[in-house]
Ligand binder design. Sequence first.
Ligand code: NAD
Ligand code: UD1
Length: 309
Amino acid sequence: MADLPILVTGGAGFIGSNLIDALVARGYPVRVLDNLSTGKRGNLPDDGSVELIVGDVADAQAMRRAVQGCRAVVHLAAVASVQASVDDPVGTHQSNLVGTLNLCEAMRETGVRRVVFASSAAIYGNNGEGQPIDEDTPKVPLTPYAADKLASEHYLDFYRRQHGLEPAVFRFFNIYGPRQDPSSPYSGVISIFTERAQKGLPIAVYGDGEQTRDFLYVGDLVELLLQALELPVVEVGAVNVGLNQATSLNQLLDAVGDVLGGLPKVSYQAARQGDIRHSRANNTRLLQRYRLPEPATGMRDGLAKLLGL
Ligand code: NAD
Ligand code: UD1
């Protein structure tokens, strides 16, 4: 059992490749299924320690081949941009929901049980109102991205009840760190702001910059994902993953300016459609079930690590 690979879908991406470094360092064999749409081969070790299957999670056969013979799965493959899902709901749905359903079927057929799933705080919509959101907060998926994540949770729960899958569902809040690709307007805000600040390029803030997010450094997230793979028993119910800390984009810009010693020109533009105003995790359940690194990585330390300083 110990020698069977862990399958990481979306393993060539930002979170996946950070996880894989940790898995390889701990001696796990790793298999990746990734269509390289936003992920890159270069994010993976090139020493043969990782088996890469280039394929689409929306392709049921590719999924079955990838799942066959694995010990467990970490399902990260998805279009990660909320805005991309607004612009292309049908295309996004293939990756973000059909992919999950294909995974559930492949696991049922092959008898693989444990799956760690990357859901999202986006499913709560604007229900936070600036207060920390707990897992029982009503779900208001405002975008196709959020609708697909919520539906994926429901499918995983169906396969748990009906077919014995062991889903560990994490609702990530905003994750940042090395290898988050800044190259698209759809990229995560910290990757965009830090790259543009380093290059002295103007920064666009959508809205007034007072929207808040609960940012978690990817290295801290990876520790949680590893624990979820190893838990003897997964308790039922999704878990918020955040620090219970709200940072506004304006505060984020101040931190980036501090770490880099200055900022380029910042302009304020129209807010994005469907954009969430405040997002902050009540992480009580997380702290009951998992061990967050103590202390967790603070924003300035995380930015310094991201920037290699
Ligand atoms: P990413 O874009 O770097 O990684 C996604 C990976 O999935 C990429 O390697 C991409 O090539 C691959 N992929 C996309 N569609 C695919 C498909 N149809 N078939 C096969 N591979 C496919 O993004 P990330 O930030 O590493 O996100 C990983 C997961 O975490 C996603 O499910 C995302 O929705 C979720 N998530 C991320 C955040 C965050 O703040 N980064 C927050 C909440 C949830
Ligand atoms: C992010 C994740 C999403 C995840 C969600 C959970 C990415 C790309 N998105 O979405 O996968 O499910 O967290 O909380 O990782 N902004 C600017 N200027 C820019 C870019 C963004 O002002 O150049 C603003 C956005 O309008 C938004 C905020 O920054 O208000 C955060 O945007 P973004 O990093 O795309 O993340 P979310 O939409 O929160």
